[in-house]
Design a protein. Structure first.
Length: 245
């Protein structure tokens, strides 16, 4: 998940960024409104944390610009403490939630997880896909109930696929959302990473869709012992389980 932090106070921005990275996010920064405006239009973020008091262009104007242009990523605004007017203006401008300054880091992280979940149609902080259980609060993964030892990069990959379950994620998109700026991000490195993760979670969970990308499918994961051929799919369809899903 790639997050944009828009905050002109560099100490706060850096502190937030460190906590987010520790929680498994990839972080970009913008330190004024114009830079934020530009990045929001040119990059594909999974969420934005937006301070409202910014030099060059204020946060509310940035947010309105994005929303008017159809940029739909979830936005958490940072408002001045006790200013209900700012909170109302932020929500009306298209914010999904707010946190008042000074804030507790844990609250920012919880609200960020919640707006990302909602934007992906997930209700609970624990995502279950077949034998996998991904706890976004603790950045922890269980496989068949047992803790799975993942590197930060493997976790980011699985987290992104889980939040995009049942949709083939193109390789370029995957790379943009899981690699830090200085990470090795060649297509070959992604192949190696995918192979490593498959060895840990089992070969069937992450499917390759030629020309479309990688897919974490809830349906296949739940039936991952059934033969993957057309006969099996056809008979499943005939028995009516496929209807209405
Ligand atoms: Ca500020």
């Amino acid at each position: 998940m790639r997050i944009l932090i828009v905050e002109d106070n560099r100490t706060i921005a850096h502190d937030l960024g460190e906590h987010l990275q520790h929680a498994g996010y990839v972080v970009d920064y913008a330190h004024d409104g114009e830079e934020a405006d530009f990045k929001g239009f040119t990059e594909d973020y999974d969420a934005v944390i937006l301070d409202l008091g910014l030099p060059a262009l204020d946060g509310l104007s940035v947010l309105r610009n994005w929303r008017e242009a159809g940029r739909t990523f979830p936005v958490l605004v940072l408002t001045a403490r006790g200013s209900w007017q700012e909170r109302v203006a932020g929500i009306d401008a298209g914010a999904d939630d707010y946190v008042a300054k000074p804030f507790e880091m844990e609250e920012v992280l919880a609200r960020l997880r919640a707006i990302i979940r909602r934007s992906r149609g997930l209700a609970a902080p624990v995502v279950r896909i077949g034998p996998l259980e991904l706890d976004t609060r603790a950045a922890r993964v269980l496989l068949h109930g047992r803790p799975l030892d993942l590197t930060p990069l493997e976790y980011r990959l699985l987290h992104y696929l889980a939040h995009n379950r049942n949709r083939p994620v193109p390789r370029m998109e995957l790379m943009e959302h899981i690699y830090e700026g200085d990470d090795e991000r060649s297509p070959n490195a992604l192949d190696v990473l995918i192979a490593r993760l498959r060895r840990k979670v089992g070969p069937d969970l992450i499917q390759t869709r030629r020309g479309h990308g990688y897919l974490l499918a809830t349906e296949a994961a739940e039936n991952n012992n059934s033969p993957d051929d057309d006969t099996a799919k056809a008979s499943a369809g005939d028995s009516g389980h496929g209807a209405g899903e």
